[in-house]
Structure formats: structure tokens, C-alpha cells
Design a protein around this ligand. Structure first.
Ligand SMILES: [Zn+2]
Ligand SMILES: [Zn+2]
Length: 179
């Protein structure tokens, strides 16, 4: 009897494969400790966000819709998020801007120089014309608005989780203009 083909063995977009790739790249950058901790999961609740990175948790979450665009988009988003972990790991307790020069340098080292600072899922069908984007410097969740937000606006999930539901400067949104 023929053995069953091992279809489930490390599928190209499987979490184990993604974690393995992330670990290998972190080791290449001399970040073995982060490589041991890193996890990559598909988050089925993500809608317009392509991916996000949580540090120090070393957790990368990816939107499963990326797989419909193609493996190239999965890889690029993974590297974008990995660059966040690299930049935060190197900075340690020093505060850095999410898409600042430390992140840009990590992108270049990971082979995606000039990477865009957007976390938006670039589905061809998306035609929203929103002008403003807001990034939480803690959880990196990105929200988009047609109208500009009040300048003292912060990430609600983070304020709720870490500041008793009150406005907290640490979670103040970083504003970006979408061109
Ligand atoms: Zn980013
Ligand atoms: Zn947040």
C-alpha cells in the first residue's frame, strides 16, 4: 500500500514554517534570544490590519487574508513585523518611534529597504479613501479615519488594559497622513 503523501508537513504558509523562518533571520542578526521567543500566529479576527508585532511578547500576528494575495505578501508582512521586534529588542527600555530610523534600519537588514510604514491590508478590492491613520505605539494597532482625530487621542484597548480605562500618554496615537 502506498504511503499517504505528507500534505500537512510544514505547509509553506503554516505557522511552524513562519516561526522557523523568523528564527533563522533573527539568528543571522545575532538576536538568538529573541529568536527563541518569537511566535507567529494567524489572527482570524483581523480585518483591515495586515499584521502587528507585540514586544516584549515577541508575538507576530498576521491576517489570514494575506494568503489570498500571495506568499510574497505573507513574507513581506512577516518581515515588516519582524523589523518591529528587532528594533524594540535592540532599544530595550529606550523609547523609539514605531517606524523610526531603528525600524527602517532593521527593514534594510531583513532585505526590505524602503518598506512602507503602513499596516493596512492592501487588498485590491479596498477603495476606502481615508486620509488619516493612527498607530498605537504600544500594540501597533492601526486605525484609519476620514476625519482627523483630536490630538489627545489614545489607543482604547491599551488604556483599558493598562491605565484603568483613562487616557494615558503612553498610548497616545502616532498620526500619519495617508497620501
Ligand atoms: Zn509597522
Ligand atoms: Zn494599543
Amino acid at each position: 500500500m502506498e504511503p499517504e503523501p505528507a500534505m500537512e508537513d510544514a505547509p509553506p504558509g503554516g505557522e511552524a514554517t513562519l516561526i522557523g523562518g523568523a528564527r533563522r533571520r533573527l539568528t543571522e542578526l545575532g538576536l538568538e534570544g529573541l529568536g527563541q521567543r518569537v511566535r507567529v500566529v494567524w489572527n482570524r479576527r483581523m480585518r483591515s490590519t495586515a499584521g502587528r508585532a507585540l514586544w516584549p511578547e515577541a508575538l507576530i500576528e498576521l491576517n489570514p487574508a494575506l494568503q489570498e494575495i500571495g506568499l510574497g505578501e505573507v513574507e513581506r508582512t512577516l518581515l515588516h513585523e519582524l523589523a518591529h521586534l528587532v528594533a524594540f529588542e535592540r532599544a530595550g527600555r529606550r523609547r523609539i518611534s514605531p517606524h523610526g530610523k531603528e525600524w527602517q534600519r532593521a527593514c534594510a537588514e531583513l532585505g526590505i529597504p524602503g518598506e512602507t510604514a503602513s499596516h493596512r491590508l492592501e487588498l485590491p478590492s479596498r477603495t476606502l479613501r481615508r486620509k488619516w491613520a493612527y498607530l498605537c505605539p504600544h500594540c501597533l494597532e492601526r486605525v484609519e479615519r476620514v476625519r482627523r482625530m483630536h490630538r489627545h487621542s489614545a489607543c482604547w484597548p491599551c488604556c483599558r488594559a493598562y491605565a484603568g480605562g483613562r487616557y494615558d500618554e503612553r498610548f497616545k496615537f502616532v498620526e500619519e497622513r495617508i497620501s
